[in-house]
Design a protein. Structure first.
Length: 210
């Protein structure tokens, strides 16, 4: 299957995409993770992306589209993939169409803004391997360290409440219109996020028909 996950930052797209990826045996392509790699490496593109992200703004289309196009051309995407974090705008969706990509499902994961703000303030990220945790809903077995590689977990600058509100405003104005775009194509499915990851997964599977 070729799937896109839509939803506000902090809605749980990454967690659910990882679970669906394992169930279907297809890769999850997170543009956020790719961009964070560039930031960590200190590349010119990474520095530019960092400036936008810390302001709660979107990384420019030409940067993101180039990254995604190269990634989808790799062999592990031949039998399907999950896009998490792309497209974020209607022009990006149109660019995806021009690549000749036919989608099976576009899942919109719905979570209220106030719930997201509360969630993201408790999010912790491993700066080495990129694994994400939450202090209450998905804590690391090693406490303040990553259970996968042992690196001390950090709080991302863009998880600060004031930045989260800015990111939500950006999502509602620029990304939410994608729901109408994909509804018109007949591929939109919706799942309402639950309190637990397991319940959200059940709703996600049902919405995707898997």
């Amino acid at each position: 299957m070729k799937i896109i996950f839509l939803g506000a930052p902090g809605a749980g797209k990454g967690t659910q995409a990882e679970i669906v990826s394992k169930r279907l045996g297809i890769p999850t392509i997170s543009t956020g993770a790719i961009i964070r790699e560039a930031i960590k490496a200190g590349t010119e593109m990474g520095a530019l992306a960092k400036k936008f992200i810390e302001q709660g703004a979107l990384v420019p289309d030409n940067v993101v589209i180039g990254i995604v196009k190269d990634r989808l051309a790799e062999s592990d995407c031949a039998n399907g993939f999950i896009l998490d974090g792309f497209p974020r705008t209607v022009p990006q969706a149109e660019a995806l169409d021009k690549m000749g990509i036919t989608l099976d499902k576009v899942l919109s994961l719905e979570v209220a803004d106030e719930v997201i703000i509360d969630r993201m303030s408790g999010r912790r990220v491993c700066p080495s391997c990129g694994k994400t945790y939450h202090v209450t809903s998905n804590p690391s077995a090693k406490g303040e360290d990553c259970e996968a590689c042992g690196t001390k977990l950090t709080v991302r600058a863009d998880d600060a409440p004031e930045v989260v509100r800015s990111r939500l405003d950006v999502y509602h104005s620029t990304t939410e219109p994608l729901k109408d775009f994909y509804q018109a194509k007949g591929v939109l499915a919706t799942a309402v996020g639950a309190d637990s990851i397991e319940d959200t997964t059940e709703r996600t599977f049902k919405a995707l028909g898997i």
